[in-house]
Design a protein around this ligand. Structure first.
Ligand code: G4P
Length: 534
């Protein structure tokens, strides 16, 4: 194996799967890991999830509501490529967390249920990908069930997502009549065979060449005629795959299959290997100058896109998920934040499908877990020199604000500490009013308060009470001229607060009030998004 970071980066694909709940994300993940030999038994992902869940109490919510709250990373190899699959939380309340996870992905697979097409959550997640120009590969799943007409599905993608669709394969019917798919590039037919119960491996069989004796052998006349006609129409009427248009996010290659029957999955993987982008250059400030940092830069650099605390409730451990953007990382290296704080990374973790391992080295595109006892924040840039600051990992202004008190007044101090540490993790945002009083907690979605409540109990032994706060909106404030900002902060002190980084935040009683105050104070910028600069 070469240790040249640029060569290693070139064979890496770091991607996320986006889908509406129940479209088949978990099943596809499992099939992909099976294909990569990372797991050996179907059902292993679910089983592992179960084991992990029983370990930590706060994930009760995850169990009860059947949603995935935490995101994880899985690394596997396939045909010389290293694939880093980032799991994105599926529930709409977690859009902020999802957004941050997608900042670490170079591309995404969008899974659609062939009977349902684009669903609300698919659309939301897609919009997040578009904001970041992340190229998308489409996988139309559950072809073994009655599906919508493939033309209608592609039309819907085109209309709702404003993207060209280039089918790479064309399906022969669906449901009971599903017979396989035609490779539109090579004109070979991949026959579908239902896996026997408990059968391992993949359902794809020998490809059948057009003109060969076995071409479409065993496929009924009606399905055969339908396939010939519709695949011709697709070839004539739909765009061809275009690498540049895909990489720029204007076109999505479309694959068909069944994650459950493990059909079409190898073809999807081959597509990822061939077309999905390797780690891309990221916007950064280096020594105060705006630039792009690509994998070829020799120094190790990257950013933390997620912090997971208390993976093991017995130890107050925190793991920062660090996406490497450049250089060859080696165990024991010291990495610095732009503020000069150094982390000696003795025990970096790599997340394989079934276990965590200590990483001796890692390359651009990889995600390693950096254990720390605090001090690392979501959005932190780390590099050997401490001079690289990646841009664009935002905090969003919360849409719900509540006052928080602890039932036992003697525990006020603990409350603040616990909230601050969950705030660092990005679970919720914590604002400290300048004029004292109860802390204000903000979240982008209502479910985050439930998570907070559970975790305060399970991990910190604190019973908290959330009360309605007089505020409905928060905006980070800044100004070109320091004196202007100070004057505004002083004048509005009753409604000013500080976030975890002591940045000034204006708390508004309504969106209308924010607009009004903004109009009265033209020199002040009110921002609903705060981009952390390390
Ligand atoms: P999600 O992570 O996107 O929420 O979806 P998940 O993979 O859990 O799949 C949701 C349901 O759809 C599961 O059924 C799963 O077995 C089924 N499914 C996924 N892919 C396919 C496919 O290609 N064909 C068919 N026919 N079904 C598929 P379930 O009944 O909810 O769960 P289970 O009891 O089968 O595990």
């Amino acid at each position: 194996m070469s240790a040249d970071p640029a060569a290693e980066a070139a064979r890496r694909r770091t991607f996320a799967i986006i889908s509406h709940p129940d479209a088949g994300k978990t099943t596809l993940t499992e099939s992909l890991l099976l294909a990569g030999g990372a797991i050996h038994l179907a059902g292993a992902v679910a089983a592992r999830g179960q084991a992990r869940r029983t370990k930590s109490d706060w994930m009760k919510i995850e169990r009860e509501r059947g949603i995935s709250v935490s995101s994880s990373v899985m690394m596997f190899e396939h045909e010389g490529c290293v694939l880093n699959l980032l799991d994105t939380p599926g529930h709409e309340d977690f859009s902020e967390d999802t957004y941050r996870t997608l900042t670490a992905a170079d591309s995404a697979i969008m899974v659609l249920d062939a009977a349902k097409g684009i669903e609300p959550q698919t659309l939301k997640l897609f919009e997040v990908c578009r904001l970041r120009d992340i190229p998308i590969t489409t996988f139309i799943n559950k072809m073994d069930r009655e599906a919508q007409d493939p033309f209608a599905l592609l039309d819907e993608i085109h209309a709702k997502l404003a993207m060209d669709t280039a089918p790479m394969y064309w399906p022969a019917a669906s449901g009971q009549r599903f017979a396989g798919m035609l490779d539109l590039a090579t004109d070979e037919f991949v026959p579908f065979r239902r896996l026997e119960a408990g059968e391992q491996g993949f359902a794809g069989q020998e490809r059948q060449k057009r003109g060969g004796n076995d071409f479409l052998l065993g496929v009924g006349d009606d399905v055969r005629a339908e396939l010939e006609e519709t695949s011709e129409l697709a070839r004539a009427g739909l765009p061809e795959f275009d690498l540049q248009a895909f990489r720029e996010g204007h076109l999505t290659p479309v694959y068909f299959g069944s994650a459950l029957r493990r059909f079409g999955v190898l073809e999807l993987l081959a597509g990822l290997r061939r077309h999905a982008p390797p780690p891309r250059a990221q916007k950064a400030m280096v020594k105060g100058a705006e630039t792009e940092v690509g994998p070829e830069r020799s120094e190790v650099s990257g950013f933390v896109f997620k912090i997971q605390a208390n993976m093991d409730p017995k130890h107050r451990d925190r793991v920062g998920f660090f996406r490497i953007c450049s250089g060859r990382f080696q165990r024991g290296m010291t990495l610095k934040t732009a503020a000069g704080k150094g982390f000696n990374v003795h025990n970096p973790m790599m997340f394989m499908a079934q276990e965590r391992e200590i990483a001796d080295e890692a390359f651009p595109g990889d995600v390693i877990g950096i254990p720390s006892h605090g001090g690392l924040r979501v959005g932190d840039s780390l590099s050997q020199s401490g001079e690289v600051v990646f841009q664009g990992i935002p905090n969003f202004a919360p849409e719900i604000l509540k006052r928080v008190r602890v039932r036992d007044p003697l525990k006020q101090k603990h409350l603040r500490k616990a909230l601050e540490s969950l705030g660092e993790e990005g679970v919720t945002q914590v604002f400290k009013p300048m004029h004292g009083g109860d802390l204000v907690v903000g979240a982008v979605g209502a479910l985050q308060f439930d998570v907070l409540d559970e975790r305060m109990k399970a991990e910190y032994g604190l019973e908290v009470i959330f009360e309605t706060s007089p505020y409905q909106a928060a905006r980070w404030v800044s100004a070109d001229n320091r004196a202007d900002l100070e004057a505004f902060v002083e004048k509005s002190a009753a409604q000013m607060a500080e976030d975890v980084d002591t940045a000034p935040v204006f708390l508004g009683k309504s969106a209308w009030e924010i607009g009004y105050v903004q109009e009265k104070n033209p020199k002040i910028r009110f921002s609903a998004v705060k981009e952390r600069a390390a």
